[in-house]
Design a protein around this ligand. Sequence first.
Ligand SMILES: Nc1ncnc2c1ncn2[C@@H]1O[C@H](COP(=O)(O)OS(=O)(=O)O)[C@@H](OP(=O)(O)O)[C@H]1O
Length: 259
Amino acid sequence: MALAAALEGQLQLREVSGIPLQASTVDNWSQIQNFEAKPDDLLICTYPKSGTTWIQEIVDMIEQNGDVEKCQRAIIQHRHPFIEWARPPQPSARNAKDCMVSYYHFQRMNQILPDPGTWEEYFETFISGKVGWGSWFDHVKEWWEIKDRYQILFLFYEDIKRDPKYEIQKVMKFMGKNLDETVLDKIVQETSFEKMKENPMTNRSTVPKSILDQSISPFMRKGTVGDWKDHFTVAQNERFDEIYRQKMKGTSIKFLTEL
Ligand SMILES: Nc1ncnc2c1ncn2[C@@H]1O[C@H](COP(=O)(O)OS(=O)(=O)O)[C@@H](OP(=O)(O)O)[C@H]1O
């Protein structure tokens, strides 16, 4: 009973400035907030399930000049520690509909995040922003608004999917690197969904089943644009589009929801 209660306590999200976060993050909040970046630090800032792992691997491949062996030195979570796990922007955004679907399946398999409930229930939770790391709408709008004021490279999942080489080149330039065509082509190949799904350093296969149960849903699940069409009902889609219009009013950011 005590263990169950303790576990339940861990699974409950708590809030910082209205944003639901994991309890361990909230406990360490002052340390996280006081993080000071060094001038050459590169922060990857993503909404959950919008391609974090993908851009992490791309950045490391560029940093290591396309050396696959060097990128095998550790699992991705260790090569790019998460600041909020008292642990350490380069916003990467993914359209809300695919993000919601991916997050739903992630919460099904993630044993240390709250159970998502049914798809219908999760649809409401996601729209209201009561999910870990908060509202997709606020995240995207706020980063978009400040992107020109700081040294920020704003990337879209859908763009990387459509033209990986072009987007990887943008990241390379942002990082002040200059790699030749052959290396770039290799990075495109090595960071493809198919390769990263098989790569134990990126596919989370080393995380115990008690934390990520990949028999429920794999971490590298589909990696596509438009999977929402297999989840949203027509009515849900109409309702979502209306809510999206209201919440995104006044912002110029545009997302592709299909390619
Ligand atoms: N290389 C590559 N190409 C295309 N798509 C990829 C790639 N790597 C990861 N993914 C997909 O990204 C989704 C996971 O997002 P995150 O890495 O941000 O998840 S997390 O927040 O760090 O848990 C998750 O999306 P879904 O498949 O839609 O669930 C992953 O499959």
